[in-house]
Design a protein around this ligand. Sequence first.
Ligand code: G6P
Length: 485
Amino acid sequence: RRSPLTGKDGYDLVVVSNRLPVDFTVDDEGHVDWKRSPGGLVTALEPVMQKSDGAWVGWSGAPDLEVDPFDADDMRLVPVTLSATEIERYYEGFSNDTLWPLYHDVIAPPAFHRQWWDAYRRVNQRFADAAAAQAEQGATVWVHDYQLQLVPRMLREQRPDLRIGFFNHIPFPPLELFQQLPWRRQVIDGLLGADLIGFQRAGDASNFIRAVRRLTGYTTRGPIVTVPGAEDRPSRNVRAAAFPISIDSRTFDELARTPEVQARSREIRADLGDPECMMLGVDRLDYTKGIRHRIKAYGEILQDGRIDVEHVTLVQVASPSRENVGAYQELREQVEGLVGRINGEYAEIGHAAIHYLHHSYPPEEMAALYLAADVMLVTSLRDGMNLVAKEYIAARSDDRGVLVLSEFTGAADELAGGALLVNPHDIDGMKDIIVAAANMDVREQRKRMRRLRRRVLADDVSKWSESFLGVLQAMPSRDTPRTHA
Ligand code: G6P
């Protein structure tokens, strides 16, 4: 546990998230290897981690994989082991079949199972123990996302000396939905173990504050909750606030400017038969993303004859996700059925109506797709932020392209000035806006894209992490002695 940088017996900054920022592979002889997985969070936190002597606690992504902590890119990586049953109950079950649908407006019905809750508690305790073992006296621990909502309190119980931050990457639901959760009080208490709780939108933070007031009766004043003390503990203030996340905008902008990506983007358009208008959707194959609504609207526009397959095409990238969860399997059937029907009805030889790609691609290919696309369709029914919208903007240094953006994304709070906002439930309204996007003149595109780019290039992910950690570290420190062995 000794830090190679400082010689101290713990780390000053410990990040805790369900997944580690690396992918593991195990070969036939059982030899474990890893490589960095690209992702906004790691790009944001890496510089901070390197500066401040940091460790990252997370799951390897595979069942029963026991790997000792190791150093990578000046960070300590600490793998947490999950059994196959825990993956089923904690990850696929409680995280992705209870909390995920509940926190996304119950678009799919959440399932409530006591066995899943027990596994969630146990696994959260394991993450908390691992983080506590890595943290130096008075260290900062930053816990991420809905899979780990009990960790802040579990950590505080063992380590009252720590500064604890939590960031929720997905929406926090209105009380009327959150109330459905049989373990709602435990989740609130778990989160209130943190000093600072970050959300994507101001609306998420106020949903949380309202849930705290109604379910605990604690006093709140604006964004501050006062958690009453007990005999041996003073009362504490917890702050809840919005910190909208972003991407590594500069790096993405530079990637999209490289000759390789530019050439690849021309090649994509040529391979599509040089359409007048290429539309693009890029999503994890998730029912929150409104993929069916988007494709239905697109099919009707073709049916109405407002566009035709010789001039316009839609590329839909749907990256595989959570494939063991029933709701995701059903969604895949529905989307693929719909795409098949629309192509069967409207495609011509050499002109597909929809190019459907059930794959994930490296950032270079994504940048080329964004550059090739005249219209970007982001039609989520509910989305914490939506970083695809921001990537599209960062890729467009040519100031061209139109972003169609759902009102139900966190990104809409920031990008309303330049995007065309849609309500994906209003199919007729969405059809009109998609057609308007396809016909938007270049001057209007420029004006809007410039506005969007100013916003996304200024507010990047390092600004996000600095502002969260800045607020967290400005909170009063605790001088309680370290209590664990
Ligand atoms: C969302 C969540 C993340 C999650 C990601 C991919 O963005 O906020 O916590 O890691 O989806 O989902 P997965 O289940 O594959 O980790």
